[in-house]
Design a protein around this ligand. Structure first.
Ligand SMILES: Nc1ncnc2c1ncn2[C@@H]1O[C@H](COP(=O)(O)OP(=O)(O)O)[C@@H](O)[C@H]1O
Ligand SMILES: [Mg+2]
Length: 236
């Protein structure tokens, strides 16, 4: 089976010299639901930003066999939707409609297609009727759903979502889990919430110190207390 996303020997350092990723190798297959877990500062968000070319890699990241580069970013971003950890980084328009319509408009959809895409995306995240609201006046949980809708409106093949349940109360968290459960597309979920991971992901990748420390079935990783403790995911 061909990988949707293939990462080969990816290393990345920030301009200030901070080495964030070292020799990452990872394949994401169609229909996968993969958790990327690891302690704070492990490199998870840095990795996620490579999935749709926000951070670029000189050919080390491929989508459907094609290296992600400056010339195919528009295509890449229509196929891979990345939801940032902080929804305030994703929402910048005066209304929810405008934010969710941004991707489809940018892709040159017709007015009718844009409206259809917004309706579909808001429906998927349970936020129909919020079109005219200001994203900045919503609760964190609502903002997170709208941030998800801004990428779902492009009908991506892969949804990458960075810490979907952080800063949510238990009800907000379980609401998001239910929403994510309803999506049949390929999912990459960054979190250290093992309860959510158990619910949603059949595979777990542990990132620690910028390296892949484990890549295995969720049930096997969760059963390995020593491994979880070693990477700060469980108390000793
Ligand atoms: N913009 C940045 N500039 C410099 N260093 C950064 C930047 N963003 C993250 N880092 C560093 O890169 C490493 C990985 O960070 P990050 O990918 O955010 O980890 P995680 O998402 O797992 O918490 C950390 O050491 C962090 O301090
Ligand atoms: Mg992060």
């Amino acid at each position: 089976m061909q990988e949707l996303i293939k990462i080969e020997n990816l290393s990345f350092g920030y301009p200030d010299g901070q080495q964030a990723l070292t020799d990452i190798n990872l394949g994401i297959y169609r229909g996968d639901s993969v958790a990327i877990v690891g302690p704070n500062g492990a490199g998870k968000s840095t990795l996620v930003l490579h999935f749709n070319g926000i951070l670029r890699s000189n050919g080390h990241v491929k989508l459907l066999g094609k290296p992600i580069d400056d010339n195919n970013l528009k295509w890449v971003r229509s196929r891979v939707g990345v939801v940032f950890q902080n929804p305030d980084d994703q929402l910048f328009s005066p209304t929810v409609f405008d934010d969710v319509a941004f991707g489809p408009m940018n892709m040159g959809y017709s007015q009718a297609e844009v409206e259809q895409a917004v309706k579909m995306a808001l429906g998927l995240v349970g936020m129909s009727g919020f079109e005219k609201r200001s994203p900045h006046h919503l609760s964190v949980g609502e903002k997170k759903r709208i941030a998800m809708a801004t990428v779902l409106s492009m009908s991506p093949e892969v949804l990458v979502i960075d810490e979907p349940t952080s800063n949510l109360d238990p009800r907000g968290k379980w609401d998001i889990i239910e929403v994510l459960k309803g999506f049949s597309i390929t999912k990459i979920i960054v979190s250290h919430d093992l309860e959510m991971v158990r619910e949603l992901c059949h595979r777990m990748v542990i990132i620690d110190h910028g390296r892949v420390a484990a890549d295995a079935k969720t049930i096997d990783v969760l059963a390995d207390k020593k491994l979880l403790v070693a990477h700060g995911l469980a108390a000793a």
